[in-house]
Design a protein around this ligand. Structure first.
Ligand code: MG
Length: 157
């Protein structure tokens, strides 16, 4: 049996915050704001995984009203999501994601992001694809006010 899942996330970028993306700390003057470490790529991947498995979404599994998740490293949430997926008998076929961000350029960090995600998810790097593009200076992303990320995942049972 195959199940497909789709995830999306967006976060505001504020001056002076750490900028975590795909589990990697990106050197930048701004960082993503949120209840957790605000890692938009990991949050999109989590939503894709949960959606594919019929487990609703990140807000249901890890409520942002909970003190337990305040400032939490999203890699922990991703590892816990993988436990939920595997407990339902699923394994990952592949995951494909796109980051939309004006600055900084993310391409140099993609090998590190893929290595980090593969390690946290306990799957092969060849099962993961991460792409990055700008919004051609349009909208809130173009004004460097925020970041978005999209992910699709195929689960197998
Ligand atoms: Mg988020």
């Amino acid at each position: 049996m195959f199940r497909i899942g789709f995830g999306f996330d967006t976060h505001r970028l504020d001056p002076g915050r750490e900028f975590w993306l795909g589990g990697v700390l990106i050197p930048h003057a701004r960082g993503a704001a949120g209840h957790s470490d605000a890692d938009a790529l990991i949050h999109a991947i989590i939503d894709a995984l949960l959606g594919a498995a019929g487990l609703r979404d990140i807000g249901n599994q890890f409520p942002d009203t909970s003190a337990e998740f305040k400032g939490i490293d999203s890699k922990i949430l991703l590892a816990r999501t993988m436990e939920l997926i595997r407990a339902k008998g699923f394994s990952i076929g592949n995951m494909d994601a796109t980051i939309v961000l004006q600055e900084p350029k993310i391409n140099p960090f993609i090998p590190s992001i893929i290595g980090t995600l593969a390690s946290v998810m306990a799957i092969g790097e060849d099962q993961l694809s991460v792409k990055a593009k700008t919004s051609e200076k349009l909208g809130f992303i173009g004004r460097e006010e925020g970041i978005s990320a999209y992910a699709v995942v195929l689960l197998e049972k």
